[in-house]
Design a protein around this ligand. Sequence first.
Ligand SMILES: Nc1ncnc2c1ncn2[C@@H]1O[C@H](COP(=O)(O)OP(=O)(O)OP(=O)(O)O)[C@@H](O)[C@H]1O
Ligand SMILES: O=C(O)[C@H](O)[C@@H](O)[C@H](O)[C@H](O)CO
Length: 180
Amino acid sequence: MEKTAIEHPVLVVMGVSGSGKSTVAGFLAGSLGWELAEGDDFHPAANVAKMAAGHPLTDDDRWPWLDTIAGWIKDRDKLGEPGVVTCSALKKRYRDVLRGPNVVFVYLHGRRNQIADRLQARHGHFMPPELLQSQFEALEEPTPDENVLIVDIEGTPAEEAHRIIDGLGLKATAHGENTI
Ligand SMILES: Nc1ncnc2c1ncn2[C@@H]1O[C@H](COP(=O)(O)OP(=O)(O)OP(=O)(O)O)[C@@H](O)[C@H]1O
Ligand SMILES: O=C(O)[C@H](O)[C@@H](O)[C@H](O)[C@H](O)CO
């Protein structure tokens, strides 16, 4: 996509479980000095329990969660502040809930095997690696008309964040921990 001309963008870092949303969003928000929200924190407890028990969420499980994230995005807009939020946003109709004048999607694209390896190596997270198959089944990749930057999940998280900042024509302003 073109470099963003939006004055206060909210970057929605999206992709299947294990694509690196939380990790990369941390570097992005840290480097840009922008507010960060973790989409997983907006899930009702029942959703987390369901996933932890090995069951994929349904559309009905996801609508209230998406509404909450959309609310966070709108609040940033009202404040005239940029931000970064993680959200799997797997289907086009989920992204329709999140879309807005200030929203730019950043899709972390990777091969299934590569992501499966990362999930196998990840510990202490409620999401079981076995749900990756269902995540790919639900996935409708964003198309170029969706105001999206597509990023391959190659290199270190800091390198990925650097490519995103560059690709969107943004400027890293902050220095310190978790910056690029
Ligand atoms: N660029 C990278 N290179 C190597 N490992 C990475 C990279 N990005 C993320 N990881 C690792 O891959 C695993 C998955 O990343 P992360 O938890 O950020 O994904 P996620 O998309 O937020 O997953 P979920 O949706 O399940 O919360 C983590 O263990 C993380 O440390
Ligand atoms: O839409 C979904 O199925 C969920 O949002 C999942 O993607 C989880 O939230 C996440 O992957 C686990 O951290």
